[in-house]
Design a protein around this ligand. Structure first.
Ligand code: FEO
Length: 404
């Protein structure tokens, strides 16, 4: 008996992926709960189809789970839904293990990406967008899902069992032995899915929205939706996760929260941040405060998904912003949250270069920016009142924007 066993998804479909309990960073996104690299075996009357692979280093776990179902040489087709290395890294080893006649399929962009990653070692064939193929006796459809998460991303659909394989989309970085979402509390699922969306997919909201809008016309009636990270979705949970994607990708969604993120040298900017927060909250607007050097950037990003206002505090260091502030702003700017109101605040010694640098960044991230609040050295009681009033101003701007 193998140490690692496959888990049944349906009568003919098995999860054969790997659990990465120790992953703590996924290209800059902190993953305190690890992740899974999901791969699936589809049993047909002519052999098995393997959907997706695992990160290099996890192929032993994959092969062990496969062996609990079949001889890997019975795998006559491999589908790569996405070329990022967490799914493709072990493809060379996989292709060495499967039937010598097995064909590797990918989208047209996926074929190019696999060539760029592996040179001539793999020989992928294009699975055309919208096409159906009979692979190993199973009817499989392919749907291109560009930018969910890369240009090469696609979904594949097993028609007979009604199982949709969505790769990165609808997934989460959450390691667990519970493979079915029905075994995990919804509050955890929603929070992990939101964190994943915020950190991986926010900047692709437009194509995601287009795909979600066209979803009812794709002819898909899945009983199970199987992403490549985290648990799979069944029944009513499928509509719930699709509904969340529809909401998160809607630029006009109602956002009422304010995020305050700061770093501090001698606690002056910290005191300002707390006073700004008092002003925001005093107006009845939900607000969270994060000290950047003590908070993973991905946590701030998750909260920006629901934010309309973003206040960033920095001391001035060497004429510019604090390094941790620059790190955060570089990260969240790229995610394009489409924020409403931004403002900089902070303490300085002899010239307020920190807030000027932050304002420049916020200008590209927010629909409008408020004048910065600058305090020399240590805030006085009057300065803290000014900070509180700045919070009131942010809250009003957020409320006014929500009312328009
Ligand atoms: Fe899970 Fe874009 O890779």
């Amino acid at each position: 008996m193998d140490a690692y066993q496959a888990v049944k998804v349906t009568e003919n479909i098995f999860w054969v992926g790997a659990i990465d309990w120790q992953l703590r960073s996924f290209h800059g996104y902190d993953t305190p709960n690890g992740t899974t690299y999901n791969a699936y075996l589809i049993r047909g009357n002519g052999g098995y189809v393997l959907v997706d692979g695992v990160k290099k280093g996890f192929e032993g776990e994959l092969f062990s789970r496969i062996a609990s179902v079949c001889d890997p040489r019975e795998i006559c087709a491999v589908i790569s839904n996405h070329s990022e290395m967490d799914h493709s890294g072990a493809l060379p080893e996989i292709m060495d293990m499967v039937s010598a006649d097995a064909v590797l399929y990918a989208s047209a962009a996926g074929v190019r990406a696999l060539a760029a990653h592996f040179g001539g070692r793999l020989h992928p064939v294009v699975f055309e967008n919208g096409a159906s193929k009979t692979l190993c006796g199973r009817e499989i459809r392919a749907i291109e899902t560009r930018m969910m998460h890369w240009p090469d991303s696609m979904w594949t659909y097993d028609v007979e069992d009604g199982v949709l394989f969505t790769n990165d989309a609808l997934g989460m970085h959450y390691a667990s032995f519970e493979r079915d979402a029905g075994e995990v509390p919804w509050s955890i699922l929603e929070e992990e899915a939101a964190t994943y969306y915020a950190n991986i997919l926010t900047l692709y909201g437009a194509p995601i929205r287009k795909l979600i809008e066209s979803y009812p016309n794709l002819g898909l009636t899945p009983q199970v939706v199987c992403p490549d990270h985290g648990p799979w979705w069944r029944g009513g949970d499928i509509g719930k996760i699709l509904g969340l994607y529809a909401r998160w990708s809607d630029p006009a969604r109602i956002r009422r929260n304010v995020v305050i993120a700061y770093d501090t040298m001698w606690h002056s900017t910290e005191r300002l941040a707390r006073a700004v927060g008092e002003g925001v909250s005093g107006e009845g607007v939900p607000c969270r405060i994060f000290e950047i050097s003590k908070t993973p950037r991905s946590v701030v990003a998750r909260h920006l998904l629901d934010a309309a206002g973003f206040a960033v505090g920095t001391p001035t260091l060497n004429g510019g912003m604090f390094p941790a502030v620059a790190d955060l702003l570089c990260y969240v700017k790229g995610l394009r949250f489409g924020l409403g109101t931004g403002v900089a605040f902070g303490s300085y010694g002899w010239a307020p270069g920190g807030t000027r640098a932050v304002e420049e960044m916020l200008g590209g991230m927010c629909a409008k920016t408020l004048p910065a609040l600058n305090v020399q050295y240590v805030p006085t009681d009057d300065d803290l009142v000014r900070a509180r009033l700045l919070g009131v101003e942010i809250a009003k701007a957020v409320r006014d924007a929500g009312a328009s």
